[in-house]
Write a protein that binds this ligand. Sequence first.
Ligand SMILES: Cc1cc2nc3c(=O)[nH]c(=O)nc-3n(C[C@H](O)[C@H](O)[C@H](O)COP(=O)(O)OP(=O)(O)OC[C@H]3O[C@@H](n4cnc5c(N)ncnc54)[C@H](O)[C@@H]3O)c2cc1C
Length: 382
Amino acid sequence: MSAAALEAFRARARRVGEQHATEIDALDETAGARRALEVLAAAGLTKVCVPEQWGGAHLDGLASRKDVSCRALCAVRSELARHSAMLDVMLVMQGLGSYAITIGGSEALRGELLPRVARGELVAAFALTEPGAGSDLGLVATRAERVGARWKLTGHKTFISNAGVAGLYTVLARTSGEPGDGGKASLTMFCVPASTPGLVPERFEVTSPHPIGDVRFEGVEVDDAQRLGDVGSGLDTALAVLGRFRVSVAAAANGFARRALEESIAHLKSRVQFGKPLAAQQGLGFDLAEMDMRLRAAELLVDEAAAAVDRGQRAVLEVARAKLFATENASYVCDRAVQHFGGLGVKRGVLVERLWRDVRALRIYEGASEVQKLLMARELTR
Ligand SMILES: Cc1cc2nc3c(=O)[nH]c(=O)nc-3n(C[C@H](O)[C@H](O)[C@H](O)COP(=O)(O)OP(=O)(O)OC[C@H]3O[C@@H](n4cnc5c(N)ncnc54)[C@H](O)[C@@H]3O)c2cc1C
């Protein structure tokens, strides 16, 4: 039952990739982002990011009606990434940006916003990182101060995917204490509509197509009803969001790597040097064997971690292991593919050159590789 459901999600993502990736990748970043969301929504794929209860996809038992299925998300992301980084990022941000509402929002907020996110009408963003707070979220300095029945947010977020494109931001802010004082309950999450006065996005570019930028909060006021969870529960909420979505970064990494391996095989079989196809050179064949073996191992780690998350297990070790191995491996595989293409491997417009750039950021965001090692070491010695 669940295998058939996963294959159906995967097939739908493959169709979207095959039909739309070329068109989307030819557009500028903002137009590409909007078109990507449009085709994902039309195919019903954005629904994978929202629980069935609030307008999300029917999951055939992959997860409860009140949750997002990690396995479905991984199946979709690995296929989308095989075709287009923009399709992949626009899909996952609908979940990453809205999941704090799913787990912390009031029933009214969930009912109002999540069906619109599921239909792709409302674009979501997730705002944790600041110039002074990256891996260490205890350093978050954006303040939320109570003003009567409202909250006033002041601060500066950076590296926010969908900055300037999003219609809503889920934001981690400080409601007590000082940055770095070790207070466990000093942060709270809020849902902030992009149209709120004082919210100022400013875009910048990264190595791969990816709408991203700074977001400044200049005395942004929201109702207490926009608070996500109890005051002081923000760090737990943010970590729960990452805990559910992090495995899917590994799945996307595998999608990029799978495409790079396919490109390498096709190129080495067709390119003739020294009187025979390059694939007939034993050293290059060994390379393909190594790429294939590592990629399959990464896929199995993702399957294991995603299934554990869907079963409701703690799964810290499984998730960190999958994220660390798959993202590091994708860089390895894409780099070998560039090597196999020779000069063409670094020529703009050749797919493996783009894949090599596409995978790099995955080793950094949602917990860099070193942070995954810290999590694993802590778990192994607990
Ligand atoms: C493309 C992209 C999209 C992103 N999207 C979002 C988003 O939508 N929302 C959001 O909030 N953030 C987003 N981020 C930010 C991302 O989550 C951070 O970049 C990441 O958490 C790392 O933080 P940092 O960049 O401040 O690096 P730092 O924390 O300064 O770390 C620098 C280096 O030091 C290492 N390091 C840090 N601490 C330790 C330690 N204790 N031991 C060993 N090594 C350590 C890190 O692993 C890293 O290699 C995005 C980033 C990128 C690149």
